[in-house]
Design a binder for this molecule. Structure first.
Ligand code: GLN
Length: 575
């Protein structure tokens, strides 16, 4: 197993995740099996209880793990399926060590950060790196480890120390470190001091960079590269420049141009002769497809505009997988994607009083958009704005996709305005709502008190109902009779209202295994008005876009029929 650690210095949030996944992709193009681990030094056990406005979206895995959004990057770039153990947090490590201490595993010893916590981290990494994550079912050969935060933070100290020890545990020919740094431009000059300081910090902790990846606005000047090489004690081929590009899909190619694989292969003693011909061909194919995808993206000029009506729009990362699913779909439709961010409270009547210009601007975006998307969310703020947007889409034949909360919103709107139950809502927003007439109710089987990890989570099957053959959603899924997608919710459409809703034309065309829980909705006689109780964005892949999102973008681009007539819709991966 070859381990490639990606750490960061200077500041966080400079694209370590994209760099790490792009590096992983390049290993894959060599025909190798790649996995990844993300280390988050915070105390939380997982990302499930964290506000999206603080940390970005909570990504959900097949096994129900609620994890950091970077795991989404890895799954999307590397086409792999990770487990909750692939996201290591301080919370998980400490509870593991404390549990062992209570069992008496360390009997007689004083339990300490070094060696017990650092040892537990290394054992965890070794164990998890071996879990098969792709279709081959075989143990991976390369493991990318991304260390969250910046080196030098108090929180990350035990992890840095664990990695320092780990390089000796696995041997230097199996361990490489890429340190991501920032090169700011001040008065037109590329400044290397922050990078020098970051590398000094790293070395003082016992880690040596094999490569220094410099994030910068423009291409790095040769003089800057030379200066970093000289002051950071590395060769010029170990300094890589990752300047801003118009889409992150270009990053793997940017790294390839700088021949990072040449250096890493040498450092890690990778021998191409040991890779099977078949795997090499697969790797070449992957690279060719990636290249054509990015060049097609550059050549698409027509735009499709989607209004994203949500409640966490002030931090775009809150919707990272949704944005990616829209991007994947737009590339498939040969359109440039434009997202209009609409904060749902701005669409509400109160906004007229509080901030009239924001109210008009928000409605202008909704009315100008080719399609409307209401993504997932929690809590009552902004709900009425989303309901208003769903009403607008329904009444004006504008393509609409509601994801999770977005499906519940479409139902609330329909129950109020078409079925005629005024004031009907979700029990999430009004716990005292009448159980007979509330549109959305608590699922009987979820914990209502303990909030961590207790929702309906992870992959579950949805069966298409008899008679749904002509529905757009089923067609876009290639005529499948069932689909497996990832869930994260606590509430569901009120089973008591189904027949009344369906009588008016809003059909529930997909249900769970028990056929009691509504999973998919579609409105008759509408261009595209659909909802999914699950989150299809979590399984969207660069080369295989999520189907409900593809439906929305195709309908918004006016090419839904064209897309639906493709005969390769039922293929996965190569679609
Ligand atoms: N808050 C809603 C529920 O728990 C929707 C959840 C979501 O959008 N992920 O059911």
């Amino acid at each position: 197993m070859k381990y490639v650690v990606v750490s960061g210095g200077v500041i966080s949030g400079i694209g370590k995740g994209v760099l790490a996944s792009s590096t992983g992709l390049l290993f894959k193009t060599l025909g190798l099996r790649v996995t990844s681990i993300k280390i988050d030094p915070y105390m939380n056990i997982d990302a499930g209880t964290m506000s999206p406005l603080e940390h970005g979206e909570c990504f959900v895995l097949n096994d129900g793990g609620e994890v950091d959004l970077d795991l989404g990057n890895y799954e999307r770039y590397l086409n792999i399926t990770l487990t909750k153990d692939h996201n290591i947090t301080t919370g998980k490590i400490y509870s593991h060590v404390i549990e062992r201490e209570r069992k008496g595993d360390y009997l007689g010893k004083t339990v300490q950060v070094v060696p017990h916590v650092t040892g537990a981290i290394q054992d965890w990494i070794e164990r998890v790196s071996k879990i098969p994550v792709d279709d081959s079912g075989l143990e991976p050969e390369v493991c990318i480890i991304e260390l969250g935060g910046t080196v030098g933070d108090i929180e990350s100290a035990p992890f840095v120390e664990a990695l320092r020890q780990f390089q000796f545990r696995v041997g230097s020919e199996n361990f490489a470190l890429i340190h991501v740094s920032l090169v700011p431009v001040i008065h037109g000059e590329q400044k290397t001091k922050p990078t020098q300081a970051a590398i000094k910090d790293l070395r003082s902790l016992g880690l040596t960079p094999d490569m220094i990846a410099c994030r910068c606005q423009e291409e790095l000047e040769v003089a800057t590269i030379e200066k970093i090489g000289m002051f950071c004690h590395v060769g010029p081929d170990q300094v890589i420049a990752v300047h801003d590009v118009n889409t992150t899909y270009h990053v793997p190619l940017l790294l390839k141009e700088q021949r990072i694989m040449k250096f890493l292969s040498k450092k890690l003693h990778l021998d191409p002769a040991t890779v099977s011909k078949e795997s090499i061909a697969k790797g070449d194919h992957l690279l060719a497809r990636w290249k054509s995808l990015t060049s097609n993206y550059d050549k698409s000029y027509e735009t499709v505009t989607i209004a994203l009506v949500g409640k966490y729009t002030h931090l775009k990362d809150s919707y990272l997988s949704v944005i990616k699913a829209l991007e994947h779909s737009s590339m498939k439709c040969n359109r440039k994607l434009k997202i209009e961010w609409v904060e749902s409270t701005d669409l509400e009547e109160e906004a007229k009083v509080a901030n009239l210009s924001e109210y008009h601007k928000a409605w202008h975006h909704v009315c100008q958009a080719d399609g409307i998307l209401v993504p997932g969310g929690f809590g009552s703020r902004g709900i009425e704005g989303m309901v208003a947007a769903a009403k607008y889409a329904r009444e004006n034949d504008v393509p609409y996709l509601g994801v999770c909360l977005g499906l519940q919103i479409a139902v609330i709107e329909f129950v109020r305005n078409v079925v005629g139950i005024k004031g009907s809502t979700s029990m999430e927003f009004d716990p005292n709502a009448d159980e007979e007439t509330a549109s959305v109710v608590y699922m009987p089987d979820v914990d209502q008190v303990k909030l961590g990890g207790t929702m309906r989570l992870g992959i579950h099957e949805t069966k298409f109902c008899a008679g749904s053959e002509d529905s757009t959603l089923r067609k876009i899924y290639g005529g499948a009779d069932h689909v497996s997608e990832r869930h994260r919710h606590r509430y569901e459409v009120n089973p008591k209202l189904i027949s009344r809703i369906e009588k008016e034309g809003l059909q529930f065309i997909g249900k769970d295994e028990t056929e009691a829980r509504m999973e998919l909705l579609e409105l008759k006689n509408h261009k595209f008005f659909c909802g999914t109780q699950y989150h299809p964005e979590y399984l969207s892949k660069v080369l295989d876009p999520s189907r409900p999102f593809l439906g929305l973008v195709a309908a918004a681009s006016g090419i839904l029929d064209e897309i639906l007539s493709r005969d390769d819709l039922n293929q996965k991966g190569e679609f």
